[in-house]
Design a protein around this ligand. Sequence first.
Ligand SMILES: Cc1cc2nc3c(=O)[nH]c(=O)nc-3n(C[C@H](O)[C@H](O)[C@H](O)COP(=O)(O)O)c2cc1C
Length: 336
Amino acid sequence: MTATPRTDALMRRGAEFLGSRHAILCGAMSWVSERNLVSAISNAGGFGVIACGAMTPALLDAEIAATRALTEKPFGVNLITMHPDLFALIATCATHKVSHVVLAGGIPPKGSVEALKEAGAKVICFAPTLALGKKLLRSGADALVIEGMEAGGHIGPVSTSVLAQEILPELAGDNLVFVAGGIGRGEAIAGYLEMGACGVQLGTRFACASESIAHPNFKKAFFRASARDAVASVQVDPRLPVIPVRALRNKGTEAFTAKQLEVARALDEEGIAMGEAQLQIEHYWAGALRRAVIDGDVEGGSLMAGQSVGMVNEEEPVTDIISALLSQSEAALVRR
Ligand SMILES: Cc1cc2nc3c(=O)[nH]c(=O)nc-3n(C[C@H](O)[C@H](O)[C@H](O)COP(=O)(O)O)c2cc1C
């Protein structure tokens, strides 16, 4: 008997798929989800995921090797589909026999899912709608993550609660669906598990764990913030393919507006392609997030955070966070 039998039973399919004790993924967070946090999550019975972000294949290679040195437990790698070297990054994952790869940031390009599966990896994709979820499963995705707009980082337009109601009853019976976005406590986990989710993914709740290398200033900003401080970015030019980003409001939020105007001007005056415009915007975010997470520039950098940030109040070891989530979930299920 485990301490949380009801939660474990509802997470069984997800945990078997991940090869972890609990079906709790720590969603990849660029600059934050590196060897230390990822190995700590997996060692604590969750499932850590390396954020490849804008890394080169050589950097990813080193990060996977360093993570392996810190944990014998399985972990995944998150690749951004618009990365110009996506197929080289897939080859790096294949060399290391990475067991699970999460494809994020858009519909996977032709051949990417196939290449990963050929290498023996399980492929997890983000499903922004029910129709796309079905399509991704038909194209070979082994599991889906549905992520609502409460989440930190790049977001879609629909809330987690609505996505869960639209997608879980249709797909979660026969497929593996993880729910993400806005989860700060175990009671919410219990709710999504009861609706059919096989597990959950959290980012914001883990970003300030003791094992996270995020700068103390970044962590302090999280501890001070409440849900309403985590705002979605505003699109200033409808032509720009800007994916909204949820982050704590600061001077960097205004700088992003200026960046968009600069890119829009380059579209008009220099005739840069739309793909290049999107890449410039994404590079901006990667740089701004690095400034906040690594350098501690919490004024000018990007403090990507979800609305659950109000429930992040202190630095805690990953094991404590996972135990708290599990016992809150279990208590909720016992009360039913
Ligand atoms: C600081 C930060 C950086 C993130 N970077 C990425 C990323 O590089 N790739 C990705 O797929 N998701 C990224 N995310 C999203 C997380 O993986 C996760 O899905 C999300 O945080 C879950 O919602 P929550 O923040 O409400 O828990 C990021 C989130 C945060 C807070």
